[in-house]
Design a protein around this ligand. Sequence first.
Ligand code: COA
Length: 254
Amino acid sequence: MTDSLRTLKEDEIHLWWTFPERILDPDILARQLAVLSVAEQQKQQRFVFARHRHQYLVGHALVRDVLSHYFPVAPVMWKFNVNYYGKPFISWPLDCQGLNFNLSHTEGRAVVAVAWQTDIGVDVEFSTSRGNDMGIAKSFFSPIEVAQLERDPERFFDFWTLKEAYIKARGMGLSIPLDSFAFLLSENDHPRIHFHDGCPDRPERWDFNLYRGEGYRSAIAVSARGRRAIHRKIVPLESDVRRLACDWAEIPPS
Ligand SMILES: CC(C)(COP(=O)(O)OP(=O)(O)OC[C@H]1O[C@@H](n2cnc3c(N)ncnc32)[C@H](O)[C@@H]1OP(=O)(O)O)[C@@H](O)C(=O)NCCC(=O)NCCS
């Protein structure tokens, strides 16, 4: 491991949470825009709705600032590439490529998960039912999950976020059929995964964590066993916009 990887241990996963609606200071937003690449700025400008532009800006500035927490690289300097399915990874500096990350954002929340040398995926969803949960489950989920949902329909977003976290960790998007694997949920244990015939993966190489917050669900998938998940909730400080360095404050749990 490179010496400059400061505080992320090999047996840890870090999750950095922020709250886009709390980030409204024009100086801070200008500073966040300034750390994005030209391509990211152009993508951000293409969103039709202001709230989506805001969500994208905060999420992608968070990625850059979080990565700069671990390496002495200015947030603006990171370069990313994407795999065939669009999953971003660090392409420069080359010696940081073992630091894997994944971003998820939804109304009111953005989260970046980071881990050293393992596949990682994270998903956060605003967990208000859109009214046809069981119909969606029957159309797309595994029959094993549908059977669990029939006993406890409240768990729809548990399945949703876990499935999304898994396909994000694999980095293959919806090319992995959502009914080719199933989660087994219990009250007291970590979620477990089951692969149906034809899904070339092994349950023993995965760990999952599920978080059931007020109005939100989130899940992490990591292709390593026994890593400890550490959460940080942060908001940007009053910003000196000339300073392109990580400038966030930890906030107490809410
Ligand atoms: C691309 C995908 C990851 C989008 O997921 P999402 O829930 O809409 O969005 P999230 O906020 O969780 O994640 C988006 C971020 O993941 C990252 N991402 C993009 N493609 C990715 C991929 N193939 N794998 C992992 N991460 C990816 C990017 O950083 C992206 O941020 P950006 O859109 O601002 O550039 C993909 O899983 C997808 O299209 N999902 C469709 C939703 C769905 O039907 N889910 C079924 C769940 S049961």
